[in-house]
Design a protein around this ligand. Structure first.
Ligand SMILES: [Zn+2]
Ligand SMILES: [Zn+2]
Length: 326
């Protein structure tokens, strides 16, 4: 057993910079050598907060979208096992956990956010219970997308009709939902005001633009008030608007429109372990190829500019890649 594992870890500083620093991870719990790790919208919110109000928020070590190899485990994982991480750690003891609704856990912690140092690092320590074995044949970048795809799967699973569907917002979650609904056989169109994100949807073979007529399913994944408004406008009578993005503030619902359409309006939050398993099965079966969603970045190029590009919409999902394969 080694005493510890030393490697670069990216810190999001109080001043709004992303800096690679040496970090030593003790050989405790389960230690992973990270092959690839994605930057989440949550990390971007943390970045923006520090850029806009420098010096007011502490340094943090983000990252929870991780494809890795086990290099040490006190929890029984064989060294060398390729894994992905379910980074929302639930307590297993509260009433929602007992009912299997782990995403409602009363003590839920997110790796790199409210729990420990995150996975935008060469080595990261996690509880062994957070790991899922990566099946053979899944490339390292797609493996790093499993966590956001699990969140997209949680949303897509709430769509119970046969479509056609419209997805507003071509970020990772929106495109993930679109790909998953298409894999189920639904006709799916995507709308995004950003030419870059719309082009990404087109690259994935998804029709871009709002179809004629009202739609039985509209997924709001833009996180904007405009997107929410457009979703309520585009949905057919008796249709379903599913919100799969985080908004802040207040969202307006025009009562007459909602009543007249007999609107079904709901939200999707996070993912359950079953969503991770479902995504891994789809990836292993070759049903889903999410790799175009990601922009791979080498560790030497990863830093503040990576976050700035993402904040400006030039990239949707930067993924720092250390190892080409697991
Ligand atoms: Zn995430
Ligand atoms: Zn719990």
């Amino acid at each position: 057993m080694s005493d510890g594992f030393e490697g670069t870890a990216y810190t999001l500083t109080s001043a709004g910079e992303v800096v690679g620093r040496k970090r030593s991870v003790p050989a405790e719990r389960t230690v992973l050598r990270v092959a690839a790790a994605g930057v989440c919208g949550t990390d971007l919110i943390d970045f923006r907060g520090r850029v806009e109000r420098p010096g007011t928020l502490p340094d943090t070590s983000p990252g929870h979208e991780i494809a890795a190899t086990v290099v040490h485990s006190d929890d029984g994982w064989p060294v060398g096992t390729p894994v992905v991480v379910d980074p929302a750690f639930h307590c297993g003891a509260c009433a929602p956990c007992a009912a299997g609704r782990t995403s409602y856990c009363e003590r839920l912690l997110l790796l790199g956010h409210t729990y420990g140092s995150g996975g935008l690092a060469r080595y990261v320590a996690v509880p062994g219970s957070a790991l899922l074995r990566l099946p053979h044949g899944i490339d390292v970048v797609s493996a790093a997308l499993v966590e956001p795809l699990a969140c997209a799967h949680h949303a897509a699973a709430k769509v119970t009709c046969d479509g056609p569907a419209l997805v507003l917002g071509a970020g990772t979650i929106g495109l993930g939902v679109a790909l998953l609904l298409r894999a189920r056989g639904l006709d799916v169109a995507v709308v995004d005001p950003s030419p870059g994100r719309a082009a990404l949807a087109a690259d994935l073979g998804l029709p871009v633009g709002r179809p004629d007529g009202a739609l039985p399913v509209v997924v709001e994944a833009s996180g904007t008030v405009t997107g929410f408004h457009d979703a309520l406008d585009a949905v057919a009578r008796g249709g379903h608007v599913l919100v799969a993005a985080q908004h802040s503030g207040t969202l307006p619902v025009e009562a007459g429109l909602a009543f007249g359409k007999e609107l079904r309006l709901g939200w999707s939050l996070g993912a359950l372990r079953a969503d991770f398993h479902a995504v891994l099965r789809l990836l292993a079966a070759g049903v889903l190829d999410p790799s175009p969603l990601a922009t791979p970045v080498g560790p030497e190029d990863f830093g503040t500019a990576t976050f700035r590009d993402m904040a400006a919409g030039r990239t949707a999902k930067p993924v720092v890649v250390w190892d080409a394969q697991l």
